[in-house]
Write a protein that binds this ligand. Structure first.
Ligand code: MEV
Length: 340
């Protein structure tokens, strides 16, 4: 079943009534995201569950004096993130421009990145910037692109950062909310609705990770150990369907248990790290219903399921005591794309 996601209330902000008219300014946003189930496995067509988070990147465009694109990155970021990702960011921007068939050789622009999402590995910073830039360009040139078109452009941009992205990050970043995602022909997206949004904590190891390298590592090890990996992949698929059922039943304990099991599988495919494992343990010891790495792994971020503001606070305190940066948000906030 393929569900085309409907337009959001916020969409009118990005669609110009006048077509192909250059505006004085353009602005667009992309949500951050956290993967609750099956990062990495999703690259091979296994279903995954992702949520947008209540933080986002904003891209603002204005005309520049010189030709070409002047990218000013004012996002708060994990130390080294911007330096480490500079080349990938340039590659990504070039892919977006090519996909949109734009030419800046006669008239340049400045793109400024900002917003409430800090730039770090694992929380969709690259996807959020691609979506924000595509939306800002659409507004600046009065192209009136739909969310589906923005998503396609951002997917191209993500290739600069991920090599062979599954499309899960740009999808969450474009549409917001809680989503069941399966890379297929065509891609399957379904909204998951929760009557009661659930608190989560995202914790940052402070380590910048390279998603392309993490994905390539899994591919290599999978080719070397096909039987071992087949077993792990089968269980990951199983977990996705069990999690879907648990969401339908709003069985938060079960969702937490499955997240813990998912983390084990991610350890087995060697994308966790000692910092991630330590944070996962801290979160569980503080009472989190479940905790796992989120995103590409090898550093980056972890997610803990912490229903209720009190538990959320306890987990935050325990992580921050050890010097980790945290972010509090909720999953299951579908209207307005998870913005609280
Ligand atoms: C990165 O946020 C998620 C990965 O599964 C890569 C992808 O799906 O493109 C590791």
């Amino acid at each position: 079943m393929v569900i085309t996601l409907g337009r959001k209330e916020h969409e009118h902000q990005y669609i110009s009534k006048k077509r192909f008219v250059m505006h004085m300014n353009g602005e667009g946003i992309g949500f951050g995201k956290t993967i609750l189930f099956n990062e990495h496995f999703v690259v091979y067509g296994i279903p995954a569950i992702v949520s947008a988070i209540g933080k986002y990147t904003i891209a603002k465009i204005k005309p520049a004096e010189t030709n070409g694109i002047d990218l000013v990155d004012n996002r708060d970021a994990t130390p080294r993130y911007k330096q480490d990702k500079k080349e990938q960011q340039q590659d990504s921007l070039q892919r977006i421009i090519t996909k949109m068939n734009l030419d800046f050789s006669n008239k340049g622009i400045q793109i400024e990145l900002g917003g409430s999402l800090y730039a770090a590995s694992g929380i969709g910073a690259s996807a959020a910037s691609c979506v924000a830039i595509a939306r800002a360009l659409s507004e600046y040139y009065g192209l009136g692109l739909t969310d589906e078109q923005i998503n396609e452009i951002a997917f191209e941009g993500e290739k600069g950062y991920h090599g062979t992205p599954s499309g899960i990050d740009n999808t969450a970043s474009t549409f917001g909310g809680l989503i069941w995602f399966q890379k297929d022909q065509p891609t399957i997206m379904e909204r998951i609705s929760l009557n009661n949004p659930v608190e989560i904590v995202i914790g940052n190891t402070g380590k910048v990770a390279d998603t392309t390298a993490a994905v390539a590592g899994v591919r290599e090890r999978r080719e070397q150990n096909p039987e071992k990996y087949q077993g792990i992949f089968n269980r990951a698929e199983n977990i996705a369907y069990l999690a879907k059922r648990a969401f339908a039943d709003e069985d938060i304990h079960e969702i937490g248990k499955l997240m813990n099991e998912n983390h084990k599988l991610l350890q087995q495919i060697e994308v966790s790290s000692k910092e991630l494992d330590f944070m996962v343990k801290l979160a569980r010891d503080a009472g989190a219903y479940g905790a796992k790495l989120t995103g590409g792994g090898l550093g980056g971020n972890m997610i803990a399921l912490t229903p209720g503001k009190n538990l959320q606070e306890e987990v935050v305190t325990s992580l921050e005591k050890e010097g980790f940066q945290t972010l509090k948000t909720r999953i299951g906030v579908t209207r307005g794309g998870s913005i609280e």
